[in-house]
Design a protein around this ligand. Structure first.
Ligand SMILES: *Cc1c(COP(=O)(O)O)cnc(C)c1O
Length: 442
């Protein structure tokens, strides 16, 4: 078993996290349940921030809230001095509901609606990451109507795609996101912003991928951007105050993954930014990063109750749990891999290999293929590791399965931060065709 953060095995032989026995958590909150190791989230946030402080560069570390957007998580991000990325009116509203300082909120997205942009202006957020010309024109119009200025960071597509173990230079910048850096779109957008009386050109943004283990992609992106920054200084007397390099730092899901320590990515990126600034005699901009997965991913575990078992002779043993693609769609969506143990006996020797199935009516609803486990029965609790990012935030109600609760654990204490959905919640927005039945049930 790999020990993430505060995970340990206690003297009862149970898995514990944040100093709390997972079996006690199941008794109190039921299953399935998402559990977050708050100390590990704090540790990650601090190591990212300290890397900038130690290297004496101005920076904003933003939590990409799409990875796990809830009021409590946004409040934790604020406690740790992080900024916040949102990609929708809903995430923006969550930030407001958490009373997050709006000047540290950044708004992303390739198709923000007029209403969403107006909302961002009303909240007076820090800056809007403008993605395309349609948005640029609409934002200019709204700002003029409201007679309100707004800081704008241009999302550019540098023609780099980074994946776990490598990166690809894509000449044609084929992405639904951002202004092309090489095809003149970025200059055109920049010219528009510089000419506007309402939009303020604050900086440049790029995001090259997700679950990245190598820094090369980031380094090449920095080089390409600085080359252009040098031209912009000459042509427009413009130097971006902010250079935001996005998120995507990889984490360990299984023994196949071997990421660097979170802060090590940052140290290498800072070094390259400083090097390029010196090379072109440009000032070192404020550096932005936007980790999502690497802040919360390995801090989350999901606890499930073991249910039915099906053996296909000589082929496979299926073991079903009381959740699945409704609380973790990543295996079905991306063939994502996870590790798991029995929370009530994590150190017991495996005696068989099973495949963990969800309970949805989909053959693709499998959580883990070929997991070595000891003998199981219905008393057993399965703990799946590393479900903290894109688990709850992608949870859904397929098959009308209520979404699990979220519990924060820290220093031996557990705190419910999202309640379990109820069946009543599931029909709350439904309208009945029959008034009498409505009165009875809804
Ligand atoms: C998804 C995303 C992130 C966060 O990515 P992670 O892989 O979770 O770190 C950051 N910035 C932008 C623009 C994104 O789209």
């Amino acid at each position: 078993m790999y020990y993430y953060g505060t995970t340990a095995v206690n003297d009862k032989g149970h898995l514990e996290i944040g100093g709390v026995d997972t079996i006690e958590l199941v008794k109190e909150f039921g299953t399935p349940v998402y559990v977050y190791d708050v100390a590990l989230i704090r540790q990650r946030a601090r190591s990212f921030r300290e890397a900038f402080v130690n290297n004496e560069v101005k920076a904003q570390v933003s939590f990409a809230s799409k990875a796990f957007s809830t009021v409590a998580m946004v409040q934790l991000a604020e406690e740790e001095g992080l900024s916040l990325d949102v990609v929708s009116g809903g995430e923006l509203f969550t930030a407001a509901a958490a009373d997050f300082p709006m000047e540290r909120v950044h708004f992303h997205g390739n198709n923000k609606s007029r209403e969403e942009l107006e909302m961002a202006l009303e909240y007076k957020i820090g800056y809007i990451v403008v993605d395309n010309f349609y948005e640029l024109d609409m934002l200019e119009e709204i700002c003029a109507e409201k007679k309100q200025q707004m800081d704008v960071v241009l999302r550019i597509t540098p023609g780099i795609e980074a994946h776990t173990h490598d990166y690809i230079l894509t000449g044609q910048e084929d992405s639904k996101f951002g202004f092309g850096l090489q095809n003149g779109q970025t200059e055109e957008a920049l010219r528009k912003v510089l000419q506007s009386s309402w939009l303020v050109a604050a900086g440049i943004h790029c995001h090259i991928g997700s679950q990245i283990f190598e820094t090369t992609g980031f380094i090449v992106a920095v080089q390409k951007i600085f080359e252009k920054m040098n031209e912009w200084k000459t042509n427009f007397s413009f130097e971006p105050a902010i250079l935001n390099l996005g998120g995507g730092f990889g984490i360990r899901y299984t023994s196949e993954d071997d990421p660097k320590a979170a802060a090590d990515y940052v140290v290498e990126i800072i070094a390259e930014v400083k090097k390029q600034a010196e090379l072109y005699a440009l000032s070192v901009p404020e550096i932005g990063i936007e980790p999502g997965r690497s802040l919360v991913g390995d801090a989350g575990i999901t606890l499930y109750k073991i249910g039915s078992r099906k053996e296909v002779p000589n082929v496979r043993k299926y073991l079903a749990v009381d959740g699945g693609m409704t609380d973790n769609i990543r295996p079905a969506l991306y063939q994502a891999k996870y590790e798991a143990v029995l929370a009530n006996k994590p150190l017991e020797k495996p005696t068989e290999v099973v495949s963990i199935a969800g309970k949805c009516c989909e053959s693709g609803d499998m959580l883990i293929w070929d997991l070595p486990l000891p003998e199981t029965d219905e008393q057993d609790i399965l703990a799946v590791f590393c479900t903290g990012a894109y688990g709850y935030s992608m949870a859904n109600n397929y098959n009308r399965i209520p979404r699990p609760p979220v519990v924060f654990v820290e220093n031996g204490k557990a705190e419910l931060v999202v309640k379990r959905e109820t069946y009543e919640d599931l029909v709350r927005l439904d309208l009945s065709l029959n008034e009498k039945i409505k009165a009875k049930h809804l």
